[in-house]
Design a binder for this molecule. Structure first.
Ligand SMILES: Nc1ncnc2c1ncn2[C@@H]1O[C@H](COP(=O)(O)OP(=O)(O)OP(=O)(O)O)[C@@H](O)[C@H]1O
Ligand SMILES: [Mg+2]
Length: 246
């Protein structure tokens, strides 16, 4: 097991955000986290990334306790935090640079794959929101840890670009099978991409359900139109409905 989270609790003052969260990610697995806005999804990533410290519970990566420790995961935050004084290319090699060995050729290839070849030397202020997300995504990918944590990476993209990026992410993942933990608001996105889905309740967030996604790989967009897809979507929607009616 790559990531093992055990009974994690987090409060901010009087606000109880995460409650007894147990969650695992296996080697090479694609896991999605689906939950209402404000439930504590990004907070969970802040804890895994070591930017916040849990009140209770443990986070193990490869059996090593990483509570409060930074630098063990690749992390794409919800808000792309690009450095305004660095170009696109300089931004995406950042993590590798900190380790002393940026590979500019590789970085350029990835930028080209996401349609940003002509923007290597642009500054973040010259990019659209969706372009910034893509830069932030490539930066996380190039930091090359075993676990890639993506916090709503495609939420600012239009339907066309999103589907393209989802398919592209699947192909990248199928190539190198890095473990991915992926936060999303979208039931469809979670089903289309993941092997397993955790559904969070509203705050304080608890794991409400864990769903295994039975669809074979490689997946393509025909899956989105199948009746099996629709049935699973309905099943998941029931849990979400409970959250908004309770
Ligand atoms: N550093 C912080 N200090 C105080 N409160 C915080 C902090 N970070 C998050 N919160 C609070 O914790 C709760 C959960 O926030 P979080 O960002 O984890 O939600 P989320 O599930 O990611 O929501 P969204 O889907 O809108 O991104 C919110 O009520 C938020 O105000
Ligand atoms: Mg969030």
């Amino acid at each position: 097991m790559l990531l093992n989270i055990n009974k994690l609790n987090k409060t901010f003052g009087d606000l109880h955000v995460l409650k007894d969260i147990n969650l695992t990610v296996n080697e090479g697995e694609f896991v999605a986290i689906l939950g209402p806005s404000g439930s504590g999804k990004s907070t969970l990533f802040q804890l895994i990334g070591g930017n916040q410290i849990p009140d209770q519970g443990e986070i193990f990566l490869n059996d090593e306790l990483i509570n409060g420790k930074k630098g063990f995961i690749s992390y794409m935050p919800q808000q792309p935090s690009l450095f305004p004084w660095r170009t696109v290319l300089e931004n995406v090699v950042l993590a590798a640079e900190l380790k002393g060995k940026p590979n500019y050729e590789e970085a350029k290839q990835w930028l080209a794959k996401v349609g940003l070849a002509d923007f290597e030397n642009s500054y973040p202020i010259e990019l659209s929101g969706g372009m910034k997300q893509r830069v932030s995504f490539i930066r996380a990918l190039l930091s090359k840890q075993n676990l890639l944590c993506l916090d709503e990476p495609f939420s600012a993209l239009d339907e066309f670009t999103r589907l393209k990026m989802q398919k592209w992410l699947l192909s990248v993942w199928e190539e190198n099978r890095k473990s991915i933990l992926f936060i999303t608001h979208s039931i469809e996105e979670a089903i289309f991409l993941a092997d397993r889905i955790y559904i969070l309740s509203k705050r304080p967030a608890e794991i409400k359900a864990e769903i295994k996604v039975p669809f074979s790989r490689p997946r393509d967009e025909r899956l989105l139109e199948s009746s099996e897809f629709f049935t699973l979507k309905q099943e998941i929607f029931q849990y979400i409905r409970e959250e908004i009616t309770e």
